[in-house]
Design a protein around this ligand. Structure first.
Ligand code: AMP
Length: 177
């Protein structure tokens, strides 16, 4: 494993105040991903956590979950499946709506993307309020998969996102604030 500490990964993440709106401190992971050693270390940490879990599909949440999600799929010898915003997937989908701070949003997955025999790793870059992830878990439950794992690079623990997610799902976050 590379000799890089969690502190160094933390330092590589850029804080952007008031993005996308006033009062939000945005954790910008592009500054971590652009550094090959940091990207490698984040990848190695997540791969080592799941390499013996028998993952057959990594499901990434649009759009930032696609970046590490597809690297993880490749490293774990699994397939990659996207969860996307409405109207983006070309074939038949399952769809779920969820509440945002203001209004409602939806996400979709192809109906033929997952089999009940799959062991799924759902990945997003960051866990905030948990609304998006809870909706994504709802989509995956339609497939009656054998097991679902959840992984994130960053968790904003003070937003209590975990509380929205089914307690028997295994959740891993590399960095907590
Ligand atoms: P949530 O549904 O509140 O857990 O929000 C999760 C999604 O919003 C993730 O896909 C993140 O990419 C994004 N997100 C929410 N809050 C932040 C933040 N403070 N910094 C960076 N990304 C965020």
């Amino acid at each position: 494993m590379r000799n890089i500490s969690i502190e160094e990964i933390k330092k590589s993440i850029r804080d952007v105040p008031d993005f996308p709106k006033k009062g939000i401190l945005f954790k910008d992971l592009t500054t971590a991903f652009k550094d090959p050693d940091i990207l490698g270390k984040i990848t190695d940490e997540l791969v080592s956590r799941y390499e013996d879990a028998g993952i057959t599909k990594v499901v990434g949440i649009e759009a930032r979950g696609f970046i590490l999600g597809s690297i993880l799929a490749s490293r774990l010898g699994a397939g990659f499946v996207p969860i996307r915003k409405p109207g983006k997937l070309p074939s038949q989908t399952y769809s779920v709506s969820y509440e945002l701070e203001y209004g409602i949003d939806s996400i979709e997955i192809h109906r033929d993307a997952i089999k009940p025999s799959d062991i799924v790793l759902l990945h997003d870059d960051l866990l905030a309020t948990g609304g998006t992830s809870a909706a994504a878990v709802g989509l995956l439950k339609q497939f009656q998969v054998k097991k679902i794992y959840l992984s994130y690079i960053v968790e904003l623990s003070f937003l209590m996102g975990r509380d929205k997610i089914d307690p028997d799902i295994d959740i891993f976050t590399l960095i907590k604030y």
